[in-house]
Design a protein around this ligand. Sequence first.
Ligand code: ASP
Ligand code: MG
Length: 467
Amino acid sequence: MRLVVKHGGTSISTAKNIQAIAKHISSLSKKHELVVVCSAVNETTDDLLEISESIKKENKSKAEQLASKIINRHKQLAKKTIEKSTVRKKLLAALDQDFTELIALIDGMVLLGEVTPRSMDYLISFGERLSIKLVSFALNDQSKKAVPLSGKEVGIVTDSNFGESKPLIDTTRLRVIKTVDGLLAKKTIPVVGGFAGGDQHGHMTTFGRGGSDYSATIIGSCIKADEIWLMSDVDGLMTADPKIVKNAKVLKEVSYVEAIEMALFGAKQIHPRTFEPLLSKKIPMRIRSSFNVNNEGTLVTVSSSSSVKNTVKCVSNVKNNGLIDIQGGSMVGTPGTAAEIFTTLAKFGINVMMISQNPSESSITIVVKKTDLDKAVSALEMELLGKIIKKLEVTTDVSIIALIGSGMRGTVGVASKVFGAIEKNKVNVSMITQGSSELNLAFVVKNSDTALAVRALHNTFALDKIN
Ligand code: ASP
Ligand code: MG
């Protein structure tokens, strides 16, 4: 099989972990053609982002301190991971080149006193540039031929929308095939840095947080991989958060659309565009553990055979949100009200997680993250209160509970089962949404009712017996 195997940041956060995944990759490569994709070592991207914040605040010493932290982390990992001294020396020399470039970049940004989207992408792409060297040399240490390649070097060409770039897929395909086929023909494993590519002018670009998943599926679709494995510290997609439901199960099989919904909520956060490259090629994806390698994890395919059998496949929750009920007499029958509300929120950079409007049109209710709540309320007050809005009612500390499963579509009685179970537990529901795709039924409860509601629903739909 031709496989793209992607490891997340926690999978390479210690020397022992890097050695373990190198061993696994090495044994897989005996049977399969492999392309490895890596995230940055845990916390490194966060540190790089903090460097950019420090530069903005003209705090040079903080930026330098963070750079040393990153440099030391990788030096220590290199020293502890690699056993053969010749390999270790080569790795340290290769890392040193990146360290020098990183420091020069930070100096330059400090000197200019500005962080542009372009310099920011250049800066935050360093995490993956460093991690691929650790993994690639760890493979060399086990006598495997491997080369580290940044997303740009493997051939991912993107537009120049820094921070949220998209691949120019035709050019990318030609380049990636050429690089990968060339290396595989020489029995060399490409170890590719996720998250980043290069635009047509050769500038570093990134795909947004968590973008290494997306890199894996872009590469997989280019080289016509048979499967793509997203490996991390979780066993797969689960029926509920195991911290809340003791007998939560790993789902054996889900469809792309279900996985997209689950990724937004679950423990395994997946970059939202990850599935795009797979849809037309119909490449199966596995979400599995980097360490518990005998566990098959969750298989994600275009349509899963078991999706019809189970109406509901998982009960997810997102705690710590705020609910805003936007009321106003002149909203009724006034075209453009919703547009004004959402344009205002967009102008202030607020992401809206849930929306509902009753047919009387007298109010629109939205849910935003708790961290956005104050900003959202003051934006609406400043721009619209006294105009189209009469009153705002805010509820803090609410939790979104979502049931996901494509089998809910057209199945009669799901809602009554859901709210019956909720009622039995005397939990109050303050908002409900369901898209007409019927893939996701979500409602809002108090934070403190989350566990009760999730457990009740997991029980009602017998999700512990799902597989
Ligand atoms: N290193 C990047 C991040 O932390 C990309 C990724 O991990 O997928 O967002
Ligand atoms: Mg990550």
